[in-house]
Design a protein around this ligand. Structure first.
Ligand code: NAD
Ligand code: DAU
Length: 347
């Protein structure tokens, strides 16, 4: 049986991908994860240990070498990253260490112990703000607008350079905003679900008219698996659902789903919407051209945003213990740092 090394498999998207791979029953899965605040083994508790778990840092060269020599995986899929834009504004250090430094370690390691595929998971944020521009195609210029996006764009450039220089079998996917179960409640949708249920404020940055293309996490994972199985080494695919939703409309849709599923009055839930100061450097619009993955790999998204959102709200309502556990610890300190809108370095 071929094996696949997944990094960051205890996070939001990575845990769905590990679940998808385990369901395929074609691969042995090794999950290398540092278990940062965003990583949680409980996200995979339904798999009852059907994979090998290694706790560690992708920036630890000795550890990565050891795992590669022991397992000789067919492929690596790299999800491991610091993923939240607001945290990168508070302090970018870890973003550079993991998203660039860690990726560099992985690239060097596969020069020594070759794999057949190295799929690097990137983001539409590398193209920067598309306000007043066309949707981004794979060959569009990179114009990252946040420290997070700059770290992801740097990683993409490093992948492309290693592909050209060392002929490594690299594939890159760049997806739009994901949503679904197990997303850490610092991101817009799970944060608003949690706050709406608890009767807390729903913070909308600036005028709430920024737009994102929301993609269900399981659709993204099927796209990544299709790219892993079918894409030529050296290829790069955008992945998006093709819809554009203004943030305020997303928050209102969350309010509707929460009100419908909890029996609260919609006006009461919506009255907690609060316009707060903007995120510095906030990109107003992300939009992707996704013809290539649809035509060449036959992938298309299956989940419409409103039904996916209802299903997501249902999941959060039925997992209050998970929400409580992941928001204990440093969450409140983070929340206060961001929502005080001071953007200083955290103490
Ligand atoms: P997440 O923050 O939920 O999870 C990240 C995971 O990586 C966690 O399990 C964490 O413990 C692990 N990790 C962090 N640093 C590590 C390190 N140094 N070594 C090993 N493991 C480490 O992130 P996510 O939302 O699931 O995103 C996964 C990937 O997809 C990231 O690369 C992100 O940039 C990319 N992406 C995310 C989205 C989105 O909407 N969430 C969209 C496009 C691309
Ligand atoms: O586009 C892909 C990216 O999507 C990924 O690369 C990132 O890892 C992921 O975090 C996400 O980034 P965003 O910054 O777009 O996601 P977030 O959920 O943080 O914010 C979505 C939009 O909502 C954005 O315009 C900012 C706004 N927002 C966010 C929060 C947390 C608010 O208005 N209020 C909030 O409290």
């Amino acid at each position: 049986m071929e094996s696949i090394l997944v990094t960051g498999g205890c996070g939001f998207i990575g845990s769905h991908f590990v679940r998808l791979l385990c369901a395929e029953e074609k691969f042995r899965v090794i999950n290398l994860d540092k278990l940062t605040y965003a990583g949680n083994l409980e996200n995979l508790s339904d798999l009852a240990g059907g994979f090998r778990f290694v706790r560690g840092d992708i920036a630890d060269r000795d550890l990565v070498d050891r795992v590669l020599k022991e397992e000789r995986p067919w492929a690596i899929v790299n999800f491991a990253a610091e993923s939240h834009v607001d945290r990168s504004i508070l302090d970018a250090s870890l973003f550079l260490q993991t998203n660039i430094g860690g990726l560099h370690v992985l690239l060097e390691a596969i020069r020594a112990v070759p794999v057949k595929r190295f799929l690097h998971v990137s983001t539409d944020e590398v193209y920067g703000d598309r306000e007043g521009r066309d949707a981004a195609a794979e060959e569009s210029a990179l114009r990252p607008g946040s420290p997070y996006a700059a770290s992801k764009a740097s990683a993409d450039l490093l992948c492309l350079a290693y592909r050209r220089t060392y002929d490594l079998p690299i594939i890159i996917t760049r997806s739009s905003n994901n949503y679904g179960p197990f997303q850490f409640p610092e991101k817009l949708i799970p944060l608003c679900i949690r706050n709406a249920v608890a009767g807390l404020k729903l913070p909308v940055y600036a005028d709430g008219r920024q737009s994102r293309d929301w993609l269900h996490v399981e659709d993204n994972c099927r796209a990544i698996l299709a790219a892993l199985n079918k894409a030529r080494p050296g290829s790069l695919y955008n992945i998006g659902a093709g819809g554009e939703w203004k943030n305020l409309d997303v928050v209102r849709a969350v309010c509707r789903a929460v009100a419908a599923q909890t029996g609260q009055h919609l006006e009461q839930v919506e009255s907690n919407i609060e316009f707060v100061a903007d995120r510095p450097g906030h990109d107003r619009r992300y939009a992707l051209k996704t013809e290539n993955i649809r035509r060449e790999l036959g992938w298309y998204p299956r989940t419409g945003f409103e039904s996916g959102l209802e299903q997501t709200v249902r999941w959060y309502l039925s997992h209050p213990d998970w929400v409580a556990r992941v928001t204990s610890g440093e969450y409140q300190q983070y929340y206060d740092a961001v929502y005080a809108r001071q953007w200083g370095k955290p103490s």
